[in-house]
Design a protein around this ligand. Structure first.
Ligand SMILES: *[C@@H]1O[C@H](CO)[C@@H](O)[C@H](O)[C@H]1NC(C)=O
Ligand SMILES: *[C@@H]1O[C@H](CO)[C@@H](O)[C@H](O)[C@H]1NC(C)=O
Ligand SMILES: *[C@@H]1O[C@H](CO)[C@@H](O)[C@H](O)[C@H]1NC(C)=O
Length: 620
């Protein structure tokens, strides 16, 4: 299968013009924080570098088929962005509007984000795996009149009908007046009256686009994240602080240097893609990889084959993918040359010990520091992480270690008092504002203050629990809703999972609490076994009980172990514990919003398995 959609390169080159240099020189400003950020985004991410190194590669679009990557220089990306900015302007998109982007990772998606920034419109990128319903909900909440999409997506050798999903979504979005359609594949697409053939129209536009002057606190983008209850929240990030924070954390946490190739494999639909595939690397004049595929396409060596081919220096991925690859064995890693790698990053959840060790010793040959980064959509960028560039850097497996510049973490006890001692746990809060923090929830400031500011007045409440070691290092213990109280003992479910995952037969697990009439709460473990091993479930259960009681305590041993084929995960790979809790509490009507689930059939399997387990227990 061969898909080409690089039409814009050929034509863009011919019309290359450098008029903007003159203006930029005079007004050249490296991210200024406080009062104004003149033309902040697209200028800081593009024009500045076009001025010094126009032919440097900005984007490497790692397309689904290995070996078919496309490179885009800073000059080309600026031209694409300017044409698109002009097109948006001519089609009525104004400063302050919000444009929804529903695209798989590709240069035009990045150009769309930057074009919005250039003309002062906010962007709202929706992960291109969401259903029509989830997309519609986000378009309506953002009140977008313009949507940008591609005809089809290509991922893992499969084609998805993104444009068709947009067509369905738009039917229930009265605000939408136009849909820009780019061509990712050559397959024809049925155009409606609202549709605009994006590349064709872009070619009619000028390659110079005057950037809007923005206030540092103007909105840069909305990004929706699902809360544990209620509708998804449209978190609002602003111009200057966000870019400053993305750029600084990208440079210092990963030790990014000029000329390095940065490989963040997150989708642009998540905050990780925003900060570390797009804004951070581009603000630093870096070369950044846009990954369109999956970790196991065409085989489980994909990441490392890509590292070898693109000579990636920093690799940034999720523990869930690392655990998946670990199951397939070391040979897929050893096959490829990974000598260019300097830093390995982990994001999305605390990385468990077994995965950390494998990442460090097998993938990094014990040579590359692993930076286990803690942050959230709300924080805009990394807040707690090791900084290997520090001369006295020490890294402890499974620990996020130290706060980034300007971040003041504090721990709160159950009474809401600040814990000052070391070697203690508590609710993780941040004591002072920092540049990258979200400013509000779109259309619902009250929900923002209720969720983040009111639980601990005067502090930003993260919703996560953390442990501070006697050396003052931080370890994230998981969402606070994931701390349970078994017979008066408080224990983080992540701690139990960490032990369960160390069992050689276990691929992954999720541990949750449920109401237990004697202990208050009991421990319920969902366990996925490795495909390659032949074991009896009863033997594994016994083994897990021994391991947990030895490594933690007897009270932490699972009361129930349910073996499952798969765990319910969000499309970004997070286990949806809320759903598991509801299943275990038999509250099947309260499963809530399942739109972020990767594969909803998983839930049915788990409900059935839970029923079987209950009836088996009743028979005993
Ligand atoms: C840390 O605290 C635990 C329990 O609170 C205690 O058992 C342990 O000895 C302490 N460790 C150090 C190094 O102080
Ligand atoms: C906790 O550890 C840090 C780092 O070693 C140290 O600076 C701080 O004084 C310690 N706090 C207490 C209360 O011992
Ligand atoms: C834990 O639960 C017990 C009842 O089982 C309760 O008395 C105790 O206050 C709880 N502890 C905490 C820290 O929540």
């Amino acid at each position: 299968m061969k898909h080409h959609s690089i039409v814009w390169h050929k034509n863009v080159k011919k019309r290359h013009s450098i008029v903007w240099h003159k203006n930029v020189k005079k007004r050249h400003s490296i991210v200024c924080v406080h009062v104004f950020s003149l033309w902040a985004h697209s200028v800081n991410c593009l024009d500045r570098h076009v001025h010094t190194c126009p032919e440097r590669v900005a984007l490497i679009w790692e397309r689904d088929e290995p070996g078919s990557e496309v490179k885009v220089t800073y000059r080309e990306l600026l031209e694409m962005t300017c044409r698109l900015g002009n097109l948006l302007r001519h089609r009525g998109v104004k400063r302050g509007d919000c444009v929804t982007i529903y695209m798989s990772p590709c240069p035009l998606a990045v150009a769309s984000m930057l074009a919005c920034a250039r003309i002062g419109a906010a962007h709202n990128v929706v992960f291109a795996g969401f259903s029509a319903e989830a997309l519609a909900e986000r378009i309506r909440d953002a009140r977008s009149s313009t949507v940008i999409t591609v005809n089809q997506g290509v991922r893992g050798g499969k084609v998805t009908e993104l444009k068709r999903t947009v067509d369905t979504a738009v039917q229930s979005c009265p605000t939408v007046q136009q849909v820009f359609v780019a061509m990712r594949t050559e397959n024809p697409v049925v155009m409606t009256a609202k549709d605009v053939a994006m590349e064709e129209e872009m070619l009619k536009e000028d390659v110079v686009c005057e950037p809007a002057a923005m206030d540092s606190e103007d909105v840069l983008f909305l990004l929706y994240t699902s809360g544990s209850t209620g509708k998804p929240k449209g978190l609002v990030h602003t111009q200057a602080g966000y870019l400053l924070y993305a750029a600084l954390t990208h440079r210092y946490v990963f030790s990014y240097h000029d000329g390095d190739v940065f490989g963040c494999v997150a989708d642009i639909g998540w905050i990780t893609g925003h900060s570390y595939s797009v804004y951070g690397p581009l603000a630093n004049g870096g070369t950044t990889v846009l990954f369109e595929s999956t970790p196991i396409y065409p085989d489980p060596g994909r990441y490392w084959e890509m590292v070898q081919r693109l000579k990636i220096n920093q690799f940034y991925g999720a523990p869930t993918a690392i655990r998946l690859l670990l199951k397939y064995g070391d040979q897929w890693v050893h096959k490829y040359d990974r000598s260019t790698l300097k830093t390995l990053g982990s994001v999305g959840e605390p990385i468990n010990t077994e995965a950390w060790e494998w990442y460090h010793s097998v993938v990094g040959d014990g040579r590359c520091p692993v930076v286990d980064t803690w942050w959230q959509t709300e924080t805009g960028g990394i807040c707690i992480a090791p900084r290997p560039s520090d001369p006295d850097a020490e890294i402890v497996p499974g620990m996020a270690m130290r706060p980034f510049f300007g971040i003041k973490p504090v721990l709160m006890d159950t009474e809401g008092k600040v814990v000052t001692s070391n070697n203690t746990s508590g609710a993780l809060c941040i004591a002072q504002p920092w540049p990258g923090m979200a400013r509000t929830i779109h259309n619902n400031h009250q929900r923002f203050t209720e969720t983040y500011c009111q639980p601990h007045p005067g502090y930003f409440f993260t919703g996560d629990g953390a442990y501070r070691s006697k050396e003052g290092y931080y370890q994230i213990t998981g969402r606070l809703d994931d701390v349970i109280n078994v017979s008066g003992h408080r224990i983080g479910t992540a701690e139990i999972e960490d032990v369960v995952n160390q069992c050689s037969a276990v691929a992954e697990s999720a541990v949750i609490g449920y109401s237990h009439n004697i202990k208050g709460q009991g421990v319920y473990a969902f366990v996925v076994l490795k495909k390659s091993v032949e074991v009896e479930e009863a033997d594994v259960s016994r083994q897990l009980t021994v391991m947990v009681s030895k490594n933690i305590a007897k009270y932490a041993c699972p009361d129930c172990i349910q073996f499952v084929q798969r765990l319910p995960k969000t499309r970004s790979g997070k286990i949806m514990r809320r759903v598991l809790r509801k299943v275990v509490e038999c509250e099947l009507n309260g499963l809530g919003d399942l739109s972020t689930l990767d594969d909803p059939t998983t839930v049915q399997e788990i409900i059935q398995g839970h029923r079987d387990l209950l009836s088996k227990q009743q028979q005993q």
